[in-house]
Design a binder for this molecule. Structure first.
Ligand code: A3P
Ligand code: MG
Length: 438
């Protein structure tokens, strides 16, 4: 028998109350969640497997993907007091685009073929994977219990038992992100400039002189794709990695994340920084990046202290502090989020017709929770944006999957689960999980 969500999730779920959303596109009949006030009850531990690197790839200056390490950079100590404004006028800035999964899917496809080569008679590796997502989206999901300001929207599709997440950006939002106010644009540049000072395309030798690592071109990126497991859900996650310390081992153990932050002068600055560490932490944790090097800077972009943090030690550093956060809460929430999606997004009956694959919209509202709704044709058309896609997934990828004899494992994990195909109707509200505590 199907379990009610209120049984599956410990939170307080209140149906048929309208969520206050900033955008009007959500149906009036939407089911909502009540914000759950802090109860002090700490959730039980949720396991997260050490991420294992599957493949790396690079984007060239033309932003073309290649399965090489051409964009890999090595960590070097930056010069004292460096000017982070240096080279600003020469910044080659990649335009902001929709958060398409295409490159990650190419990496998934490549991994899948390699696995098949090694064991041709083994079941399809991809059929064991519950979620494919960019790291940025997973970071947003995990840190949502502590997010007070920024909402987000996801597009989600289920194919052969695997959920695919794409961040949904409306055209208006993209225009905004491509036209940052000048000061914000400069502050963003400081982060990239720090990366340039801290990296070299050559492995540094003993006599390496600290300096500028080359003009910033945000088309060029080095990405790592890992597999990991949150509770009982296997995940494939991809994301950009800033550099490696000493050498690339083909594992995650030498990866380094670079971050900038404002100098800390008062207790208030310290609290702000400790709050920011939540995002730094999960961003690195999800890809198995063991080290985060933070460059503290002045508002004018003058580099001050450099501090290296071991990712695993960060939660202990903030414990008991005024803006303390608990990663266990985040993992517990993410697990419940995924369980909810698995229970809500059920396989499409018409498996032969990939054009019938529904697209779901998950909306997160800070202080409220998440909501899920099935997109109608207009919504799906906006997502595919006239490109050769079904929903947001490229047609070439779905064609590849069509040939596979994958058995969806996702829903086998839940013996009580009854597919709710009847309930899948455009704009039909779905019951939602809640229960996070801040
Ligand atoms: P900082 O994080 O040091 O400010 P990343 O750290 O993820 O590798 O990103 C490199 C830089 O890109 C960031 O440096 C920041 O300048 C910019 N950046 C990344 N994500 C951003 C976001 N969501 N909004 C604004 N700037 C962002
Ligand atoms: Mg960085």
């Amino acid at each position: 028998m199907k379990r009610a969500h209120s049984e599956v999730l410990s939170g307080d779920e209140v149906p048929n109350k309208k969520i206050k959303t900033s955008e009007p596109e959500v149906s009036e009949s939407h089911t909502s969640l009540l914000y759950t006030p802090p109860s002090g009850r700490a959730p039980g531990p949720v396991t997260f497997q050490q991420p294992q690197q599957l493949v790396t790839f690079s984007y060239t200056p033309q932003h073309e993907l290649e399965f090489t390490n051409s964009a890999l950079r090595y960590y070097v100590d930056p010069p004292n007091g460096a000017d982070l404004r240096y080279g600003y006028d020469r910044w080659i800035k990649r335009p902001e685009e929709k958060g398409r999964l295409d490159s990650l899917l190419r990496a998934v496809s490549r991994t899948r073929s390699k696995m098949k080569e090694g064991q041709p008679s083994a079941p399809d590796w991809l059929s064991t994977i519950g979620v494919v997502s960019w790291r940025g989206v997973m970071t947003k999901i995990l840190t949502a219990p502590y997010e007070e300001r920024d909402g987000w929207d996801l597009n989600v599709m289920l194919v052969n038992g695997t959920l695919y997440f794409e961040e949904h950006s409306s055209d208006a939002r993209l225009v905004d992100r491509n036209n940052l106010p000048p000061n914000q644009r400069l502050q963003t540049y400081y982060g990239y400039s720090f990366e340039s000072y801290c990296t070299s395309s050559e492995r540094p030798t003993d006599g390496h002189k600290a300096g500028w690592g080359g003009d910033v071109d945000t088309n060029v990126q080095w990405c790592s794709v890992v597999k990991t497991k949150l509770a009982d859900t296997r995940l494939v996650i991809g994301g950009e990695v800033d550099c490696v310390r000493d050498k690339h081992t083909g594992k995650t153990n030498t990866l380094v994340e670079l971050k900038t932050s404002m100098n800390i002068r008062h207790a208030q600055d310290e609290a702000r920084f400790e709050k920011k560490l939540l995002k730094f932490y999960f961003q690195s944790f999800l890809l198995g990046v063991p080290e985060i090097v933070v460059g503290f800077r002045s508002p004018q972009g003058r580099l001050g202290t450099i501090q290296s943090f071991k990712t695993v030690e960060i939660p202990r550093m903030v414990r008991g502090k005024p803006h303390a956060w608990d990663p266990t809460r985040c993992l517990d929430w993410a697990n419940r989020f995924l369980t909810f999606l698995k229970d809500t997004i059920t396989p499409c009956i018409d498996k032969e017709d990939s054009a019938a694959t529904p697209v779901w919209r998950i909306k997160f509202n800070p202080g409220t929770g998440i909501s899920a709704s099935l997109l109608d044709k207009t919504g799906v058309d906006e997502v595919s944006a006239g490109e050769e896609r079904v929903g947001f997934l490229p047609k070439w990828y779905l064609d590849e999957l069509k040939d596979s004899k994958a058995v969806p494992l996702l829903h086998q994990a839940s013996p009580n689960h009854v597919p709710k195909r009847d309930s899948i109707q455009p704009s039909q509200p779905t019951a939602l999980p809640s229960g996070w505590q801040i």
